[in-house]
Design a protein around this ligand. Sequence first.
Ligand code: ZN
Length: 318
Amino acid sequence: MNKVKIDDSSKNEIYKYIKTKFNGGFKKNSKDDTWDIKLEDFNELIKKYLFQYDGDINLEKLVKYSSKEMDNLINSIKKDKIEFNDKKDLEKVSFSKYFHELYIRLDNFLIIEALNIKVCLYCNRNYIVNFKNNNGKQVTAQLDHFHNKDEFPFFSVTIENLIPSCPTCNIRKSNLNKEIFNPYSDCFHNHANFKYNGIVDSDEKYDFFHEKRVKLELEYFGDEHEKIKAENYNSVFNIKSIYNEHRNIVSDLLKKEIIYSDEYVEKLYENYKGIFKSKKEVFDMVLNTDINEDEMNNSPMNKLICDISKQLGILKKR
Ligand SMILES: [Zn+2]
């Protein structure tokens, strides 16, 4: 849900890995021997289709394209009404297949490791896995293609087009026809907040702080275009409905806000100085997470806890 960064040296490493799949390497792992192609020839093929939009286009540049460069290229292609998913155009079908073959040889582990994230970038709700077990086998997560790879095959291995995501978000995103944030350039966190909107008074079936009585809303901010993207994001990933299933976190925060008054936290800190290094540590324990917006992509539900704690003033107390 928060923006993610990848530095140039990581992009270089990933490109270096992709390059090893050519000049024989491609053929070795393929079920279909006809997939043998040299990098130089592949670059010629890329030039044939994309040279008119970018004079020095090649595979390396495509792999390292920024999300903004992808947007520009897509806009030009759309303006020219050029389609790459025309099944009757055999040359384009073959062009797309090469990219597909490259994609299935991609090392997801390498990309997720470079991003240093532990939670789905779309929902901030589910952990994603990325580790090598004892025999060196990788257990890793899915990468969603931000721009659909059938329509834009040449972005199949563009790093900023690959979003580590949980299976639920990957499936929900698959039929996307709405504009949303690409986490490499902007994010839901920058344009939407979870908001506690009071307690349902009329429902006395449940205790006052029962999660079923807590009203949880979303509020959007930014310019009109950004707000639309945030609304789209909510509808694509079902954010509001999914997070309404976690209102227990909000009701816990409401209770904590009352219980952990300044005086009480001061007392805990004074009494247990051997355990806590600062008052902040007392709050981190109370909130059950090391709340830090920079760490949002490493801890599930961090966005919800962060927004509500800010609204209730719990964060300010630290
Ligand atoms: Zn997700």
